[in-house]
Design a protein around this ligand. Structure first.
Ligand SMILES: NC(=O)C1=CN([C@@H]2O[C@H](COP(=O)(O)OP(=O)(O)OC[C@H]3O[C@@H](n4cnc5c(N)ncnc54)[C@H](OP(=O)(O)O)[C@@H]3O)[C@@H](O)[C@H]2O)[C@@H](O)CC1
Ligand SMILES: Nc1ncnc2c1ncn2[C@@H]1O[C@H](COP(=O)(O)OP(=O)(O)O)[C@@H](O)[C@H]1O
Ligand SMILES: [K+]
Length: 488
């Protein structure tokens, strides 16, 4: 798993190193790593032009020392000093020694127009708020030019802890971050501003605490998807119950049931008024048009997508929540629960709620720019896992542990993909995974399935279901190949 660390955690981890190492050693490590990534991105040194945007703090120091490395390799480097008197003295001297130049912001335009690479060293983890007006002017000019936009540590103007952008921020194509990945690079508006994130180690690892937030890798997801073995039968893989869709709108039931089957094809039971549609689409499912209690035994329930919000729906929801089984509540179930949150608070078994922003707001407040914080607050309030959907879906457990999803594609913004996510997560809950992990792995698989489906062009939610088996294979690292011979 990739830990996500706040600015305060990074600073605390840096402190013993700063005390133990010679002056400036940590910054040299950062600058050397930064220059190495820049050279790789540029693909050449001689003849290339780099413009550094340099603020008054350590972030500007990193940019200046990295600029000196680049200049020594033959790159034509110009530093735009936003606060000429306060820019890092050692960094300035190093750049001049290496043959780089320094200019005022008033002279930045011509350099930015011709730059192959712009390095944003305006502000890093020491910043607060959006960019200041003098910085906005040079950043706008840089963004209008043709250069690769590389942020140092954090895109200036992005809150490193939350990803919030109050006003303007540097729109990076790449961010080279030091010591550890910060949450603000992978969630909220910060995610889009950071572009591709490159982590440069500076020796902090052993000083970092256990993080409060994580990103899963394919290997992490694969490790939570056990293969069936010789001792398994259709019941032992985890039986999931689905209450979704309605006679008028069977689609949600069909998608949710299909996603559960395609994720963990042991046994899926369906109960609800979309029974005919589900039966026709998925003969493998065991279907009843009765109540959840008529469906037979399950190990987890998914309830809500497309089931309506009338009295019958409320009764069915209450029946499912009254069980001592894990329950995933989505869509219409969330609308009902926002009116009656006690139905969740009173549960002892795990509950996972999967709101998009509109559904989240029904519980009292919009998510706002700090999406991890918002998900954590609702999770703590309701005593449930909250999966807040978005381009970077966030999962928060009631105790505060959070996951930020690293996979996905904007092509997922199409009707019904949320129903698919619910089915995947329900199937994983039924295997006995802890609820927050089941939700995080589901978001990971859902995003990967979206990426795989999008490789073939625009897709709809049903295509996502069809891509799930290949997605799971890829996440596990299996590639198509020949079957072994049956002869020894
Ligand atoms: N410690 C180390 O040895 C290591 C540190 N490292 C590097 O140092 C960085 C931290 O350095 P830091 O603490 O000096 O803070 P930093 O991010 O440069 O910001 C302070 C400056 O920003 C300004 N400013 C603030 N808000 C602003 C805004 N909205 N818009 C515009 N400007 C704004 C603020 O202005 P002031 O308020 O003083 O006027 C001040 O000038 C870290 O991210 C990493 O890159 C690495 O090399 C590893 C070793
Ligand atoms: N811009 C985006 N980038 C990546 N994923 C997205 C984006 N927009 C939506 N998604 C994902 O698509 C799914 C949409 O779910 P939801 O809003 O519940 O749709 P529906 O109710 O139609 O099924 C969520 O998993 C969400 O994270
Ligand atoms: K920066």
């Amino acid at each position: 798993m990739i830990g996500l660390f706040t600015a305060a955690e990074i600073r605390a981890a840096e402190a013993p190193l700063l005390a133990a190492l010679p002056d400036g050693a940590l910054m040299q490590r950062a600058a050397t790593g930064l220059a190495t990534v820049c050279l790789r991105l540029l693909g050449r040194a001689h003849g290339a032009r780099a413009t550094l945007l340099v603020g008054a703090g350590g972030n500007g120091g990193d940019a200046l020392f990295a600029g000196a490395h680049l200049a020594r390799r033959g790159v034509r480097v110009t530093a735009v000093l936003l606060a000429p008197d306060r820019a890092h003295a050692g960094g300035r001297a190093a750049l001049v020694r290496a043959g780089g130049r320094m200019v005022d912001p008033s002279a930045a335009g011509a350099h930015l127009n011709r730059a192959d690479l712009v390095l944003d060293g305006i502000v890093g983890i020491g910043g607060s708020g959006g960019l200041r007006p003098d910085a906005v002017a040079v950043v706008d000019r840089a963004a209008a030019g043709p250069a690769l936009m590389v942020a140092v540590d954090v895109p200036s103007g992005v809150d490193a802890d939350t990803g919030a952008v109050a006003g303007a921020a540097f729109p990076a194509t790449h961010t080279v971050t030091f010591g550890a990945v910060k949450p603000g690079l992978v969630v909220g508006e910060g995610r889009a501003h950071a572009g591709e994130v490159h982590l440069v180690g500076i020796g902090l690892e052993e000083h970092l605490p256990v993080p409060g937030a994580w990103q899963l890798t394919d290997a992490d997801a694969a490790g939570r998807l056990p293969l069936p073995d010789a001792g398994d039968d259709k019941y032992s893989q985890g039986v999931v119950g689905v209450v979704a869709g309605s006679s008028t709108y069977p689609g949600a039931g069909v998608l949710c049931t299909g996603a559960a089957l395609r994720t963990r094809p042991g046994l899926v039971r369906y109960a609800g008024t979309a029974a005919d549609g589900v039966r026709a689409a998925w003969p493998e499912a065991i279907v009843t048009d009765g109540r959840p209690s008529d469906a037979g035994r399950v190990q987890a329930w998914v309830v809500g997508p497309g089931m309506g919000t009338d009295d019958d729906a409320r009764t069915v929801l209450a029946e499912v929540l009254a069980t001592d089984l894990p329950v995933l509540a989505d869509a219409d179930a969330l609308t009902l629960l926002a009116r009656e949150p006690g139905l969740v608070r009173d549960r002892r078994a795990p509950t996972v709620l999967t709101p998009h922003d509109g559904e989240f707001a029904r519980f009292g407040a919009e998510p706002g720019p700090d999406r991890i914080g918002a998900a954590r607050r609702l999770a703590a309030d309701l005593g449930a896992v909250v999966l807040l959907k978005g381009d970077a879906t966030v999962v928060a457990a009631p105790g505060g542990t959070a996951f930020v999803n690293a996979t996905g594609t904007p092509w997922l913004a199409t009707a019904g993909t949320g129903d698919v996510l619910s089915g995947i997560a329900g199937a994983l809950l039924a295997t006995g995974l802890p609820a927050a992990e089941a939700a995080a792995v589901a978001a990971h698989l859902h995003g990967r399935a979206g990426q795989l489906a999008a490789a073939g062009g625009p897709f709809v939610a049903g295509d996502l279901v069809r891509h799930l088996p290949a997605t799971i294979n890829r996440v596990r690292g299996f590639r198509p190949g020949g079957l072994p011979d049956s002869e020894p």
